[in-house]
Design a protein around this ligand. Structure first.
Ligand code: NAP
Length: 282
């Protein structure tokens, strides 16, 4: 069994991106920037946004943080997004989710210029992915594929099973695996017998949000298991996979923490570079 080290892979990717940003900024003589909008004081969101600020600093690009108290009128946030859409020094815009209750997430996200949609949540970016012409792909799915590539795990012709079908994680992961010619099955909360599918998986990706729901009897000997889940318990974080018992059966497996998690921010930086280059005619 080989552990897939997301922390190390993400650090290497981020170091490479810092060099690519420096080259691009020098070539175009234009600074690069990512705008992050945080509404309210959700503790996890505050950690995520400060990690994004740190990643921008390391990449040598500006991070423009906009913090609003819960209760700020929705129109005020939309007006800010419209201003940022027209700001040439803002290459990417993201709204930290979830928004506090009472905000219409879709109405707000819809206002982000699709060329600056570095989270890849817009119908336009999802459409491009589904058409096989990806530009800005949702960061966690992109991170899953990057990890599989980093470890040279073949996908073509493999049975890939994705458990979870959210628009931001499960579905785009399935699309990416399909784009690499895997045969993809998507399981969800209404799947009659999930184990029947997971046991056939050469590549098993789990993105559900239920601690240790994938047990050893659900996994084929030699499978590659990617655990996207992040669940908080008394002792810290754990994934959707019962790591201790599943790992001995796998050829490769991601730990939680230290697997997919660190890749998400690395891919946010990659998307910001893609957006920057596209906005400069590349
Ligand atoms: P989500 O929107 O809640 O979607 C969960 C999915 O799991 C849904 O498709 C749901 O099915 C399915 N599901 C729920 N219970 C199930 C069960 N018992 N059996 C099979 N499928 C079941 O969550 P998400 O945003 O996709 O996130 C999934 C997990 O990934 C969470 O733990 C989240 O914290 C984590 N995550 C990690 C990162 C990272 O950076 N590593 C980033 C994003 C999310 P239905 O569609 O039928 O309801």
């Amino acid at each position: 069994m080989q552990l897939i080290d997301g922390k190390k892979t993400a650090a290497e990717i981020r170091a490479g991106l810092a060099l690519r940003f420096a080259e691009a900024i020098q070539k175009y003589g234009d600074p690069a920037g990512l705008a992050v909008i945080l509404v309210g004081e959700d503790p996890a969101s505050m950690i995520y946004t400060s990690n994004k600020e740190k990643a921008c600093r390391e990449a040598g690009i500006a991070s423009l943080m906009y913090r609003y108290p819960d209760g700020t009128p929705q129109q005020e946030i939309i007006s800010l997004i419209e201003k940022l859409n027209h700001d040439p020094h803002v290459n990417g815009i993201l709204v930290q989710l979830p928004l506090p209750a009472g905000y219409d997430e879709n109405a707000i996200l819809k206002c982000i210029d699709v060329a600056k949609d570095v989270d890849g949540y817009s119908a336009y970016q999802i459409g491009l992915l589904n058409l096989g012409r990806p530009e800005l792909v949702a960061c966690t799915p992109k991170g899953v594929l990057a990890l599989l590539d980093q470890y040279n795990i073949p996908l073509e012709g493999k049975n890939a099973v994705v458990v979870g079908r959210s628009n931001v994680v499960g579905k785009p992961i399935a699309q990416l695996l399909l784009s690499r010619n895997a045969t993809v099955t998507i399981c969800h909360s209404r799947t009659a017998d999930i184990a029947d599918f997971t046991r056939r998986a050469d590549i098993l990706v789990v993105a559900v949000g239920k601690a240790r729901m994938i047990t050893a009897d659900m996994v084929k000997e030699g499978a590659v298991v990617i655990d996207v889940g992040i669940n908080r318990n008394e002792t810290g974080l754990c994934g959707d996979v019962d790591f201790e018992h599943v790992a001995p059966k796998c050829s490769y497996i991601t730990p939680v923490p230290g697997g997919v998690g660190p890749m998400t921010i690395a891919m946010l930086m990659a998307n910001t570079l893609t957006a920057y280059l596209k906005q400069h005619g590349n």
